[in-house]
Design a protein around this ligand. Sequence first.
Ligand code: ATP
Ligand code: MG
Length: 308
Amino acid sequence: MERNREPGRSVAAALVAARASQTHAPRQPLASTRDHNARTPNNPTQQPTANSRHMTSAIELRHISHAFGGGAVSVLEDVTVTAEPGQFVSLVGPSGCGKSTLLRVLAGLLVPSAGDALVDGQDVRGRPGAVAYMPQKDLLFPWRRALANATVGAEIAGQSKHDARERARALFPRFGLAGFERAWPVQLSGGMRQRLALLRTFLVPRDVLLLDEPFGALDAINRREMHRWLQEVWAADQRTVLFVTHDVEEALVLSDAVYVMTARPGRIQARVDVPFPRPRVPSLVTDPAFVALKAQLLTELDRGMPPA
Ligand SMILES: Nc1ncnc2c1ncn2[C@@H]1O[C@H](COP(=O)(O)OP(=O)(O)OP(=O)(O)O)[C@@H](O)[C@H]1O
Ligand SMILES: [Mg+2]
């Protein structure tokens, strides 16, 4: 069978990311709360003080700028994004504004031209392994069955194959994949593939999840179903999530805060807190307060576009 080498290369990059922290005691995925006394990737012995327990943001991107092509193509300009422990934060912005580039910085896979990138207070620039990262493409290995695809990240993060498989097997029903453990990726629907890629990301024992347009390929009906489901899965352990989407409504339904980016070079146009109580029901999208906030975000997006 001709193997698809592009996913192999990209997954390898993400997996090398996890490898950097192989020596740490693996954390249980889907644990009930964050453990701030946990060792962190760049300082395995760190024990936060009582104060830092409350002061350290889970994610801090400060004044990030980046240019490709030896400085010729400016992609990000002075971008600051933060998320507190357990928050669900989204980035919305036009295509090409640098959302994926920003996630790659936080994943330690790309060193920015300027600025700081911190996870739990630790510098992650060029140091992969601090986060669980789901790239924009699902990047499933076509030659691995669903269960073996699900465990790849956890195994490379240092968990035994046996333990990773046991934990993955237990999560298949929650991710709507019960009975498909032995399926090949080609036998799964688009939604199932994306749930499998999400399951793989959730299995990586890290407190911070970076999800790059996980529902980008789905139609509106499937998306709504996935929103309901993702909220349930996230509510079960409330890890910190940085979520990228083009879709303002999706961002509002899922998030505690939404950052709106301008067109390239991406800057932060606005940060909007989302006050709606959880769990958020589907009818929320017709609530006048929701509609007003959506209009505000769309206005900010328009403001961030270049003049016609
Ligand atoms: N490795 C690279 N080398 C050169 N240019 C790059 C590289 N990666 C991204 N770019 C450029 O940087 C810009 C931002 O890309 P990025 O993928 O971060 O955008 P995005 O906001 O995620 O877009 P989309 O919403 O379409 O996924 C684009 O103009 C892209 O062509
Ligand atoms: Mg992208």
